[in-house]
Design a protein around this ligand. Sequence first.
Ligand SMILES: [Zn+2]
Length: 84
Amino acid sequence: MAITFGKTGVCTRPAERAVEGYSPRDGLAHGELDRVVYACEEHREEARTVWLAGLTAHALPRSATTTRTCGSFTDFTAPDDPAA
Ligand SMILES: [Zn+2]
């Protein structure tokens, strides 16, 4: 399974939040982890609703993600989507 790293948005603040995005599998809404996006406090709603592109969002507790930049993401799906 390919793993890609990227950056979306123009914000350069430190990310304080991580939001996991799941696609359904075997009847479960949280079936497969497809993407994790990182966001500052200001952009975490955008991370949930836009950056996860319709995946089921699961916000992680606030944690030590400050080495990440807002808008950075890790994608665990194959990089065959030109919009990614
Ligand atoms: Zn931000």
